[in-house]
Design a protein around this ligand. Structure first.
Ligand SMILES: [Zn+2]
Ligand SMILES: [Zn+2]
Length: 269
C-alpha cells in the first residue's frame, strides 16, 4: 500500500527535552520512531498511552548520538528486531552505548531513502555532535519535519523546513533565563553557541518565514527545564507570529511537547 493522498498520518511527540526525546510517526502501513532517548521500558509505556504497541514499529531513525536521543535505541532494536537508521558518523559516536545490535539492523543512510510508505530526507543541523541531522518525513503529499538540537538556523535548515504540514521545532531556552541562571559559563556558552540549542526568540523569528497557507501544526520542543517555561515559549512565538499577520487557530496550530508525557496523537491533513 502506498501512502496516497488520503492516507492517514499520525504523529505524537512521546518525550522532549534533555531528559529524553522520541517522536512517533505513522503513515500508510509504516510506523517509525525518530530517536528513542528514554529507557526502552518508558518508551513502551508511552507508546501504549497513545495506543501503539512496540511490536508494530518498523524502524528507529537517529538524529545524533547524544544520550537524550539514543538511550533506548539498542534495547528497542533487540526487543522488537527493529532496524536502526543513522548516518555513518552518528553510528561511530553511538555504537558503544547501543549495546549489541544485529548486523541486519545496522542501517547506514547517506541521502534520502524510503522506509515502507514513508519518504525520509535527512538534512544537516548545526550542533555539537558528529554529524547531526533533522528529518523531513513525507507520506503522499504531506510532509512532517523534526528539527531540534540546533545552534542556529542555517540556510539549509530554513529551506528544509518551508511549508511543512507538521513541524517539531526546538524552543530550548529563554536567553535571559539562561544567562541569569545558575549554569556554569562554559555550559551557558555551549547552549547559546552556534552548535548548541535554539532559543525561544530564534524560533519565534524563524516561524513566520517558513509557514505557508496549508494550516500547519507547530510543536515547540526540547524545552529546557531550567531555562524556559512552556507559557513563555508559547507567548514568545505567538507574539512573533501575530506581528507577522498569522493567527493561531486560523492560520496554524501551536502546541508544546513535554518531557514527562506524550502529546496526543495528532492526525495530519
Ligand atoms: Zn537533545
Ligand atoms: Zn544534542
Amino acid at each position: 500500500m502506498k501512502c496516497g493522498e488520503n492516507m492517514k498520518i499520525e504523529v505524537s511527540v512521546l518525550a522532549s527535552g534533555s531528559s529524553g526525546n522520541a517522536l512517533y510517526i505513522s503513515g500508510g502501513k509504516t510506523k517509525i520512531l525518530i530517536d528513542a532517548g528514554l529507557s526502552g521500558r518508558e518508551i513502551d509505556r508511552r507508546l501504549k498511552k497513545i495506543g501503539v504497541a512496540g511490536d508494530d514499529l518498523n524502524a528507529i531513525l537517529v538524529t545524533h548520538e547524544h544520550l537524550d536521543h539514543i538511550k533506548g535505541v539498542g534495547v528497542l532494536s533487540r526487543k522488537y528486531d527493529l532496524p536502526i537508521y543513522a548516518n555513518e558518523s552518528t553510528w561511530l559516536g553511538a555504537e558503544d552505548r547501543l549495546g549489541k545490535v544485529a548486523e541486519k539492523n545496522c542501517r547506514i543512510f547517506k541521502g534520502e531513502f524510503m522506509i515502507g510508505d514513508l519518504g525520509i530526507s535527512p538534512f544537516a543541523i548545526p550542533h555539537d555532535a558528529n554529524e547531526p541531522v533533522g528529518f523531513i518525513i513525507s507520506c503522499g503529499n504531506k510532509r512532517i519535519g523534526q528539527a531540534t538540537d540546533m545552534g542556529f538556523v542555517s540556510p539549509e535548515v530554513e529551506t528544509s523546513l518551508k511549508g511543512l504540514d507538521l513541524l517539531v521545532i526546538e524552543a530550548n531556552h529563554d536567553l535571559e533565563m539562561l544567562m541569569s541562571g545558575t549554569y556554569p559559563w562554559p555550559l551557558k556558552n555551549r547552549i547559546h553557541g552556534r552548535k548548541g540549542h535554539l532559543s525561544n526568540d530564534d524560533t519565534a523569528d524563524l516561524l513566520p518565514r517558513i509557514i505557508s497557507d496549508n494550516f500547519p501544526r507547530i510543536l515547540l520542543a526540547h524545552l529546557s527545564q531550567d531555562n524556559n517555561i512552556p507559557a513563555l515559549a508559547y507567548i514568545t512565538v505567538k507574539n512573533s507570529l501575530e506581528d507577522h499577520g498569522f493567527t493561531i487557530g486560523k492560520d496554524l496550530l501551536l502546541d508544546i511537547a513535554y518531557r514527562d508525557r506524550p502529546t496526543e496523537l495528532f492526525e495530519v491533513g
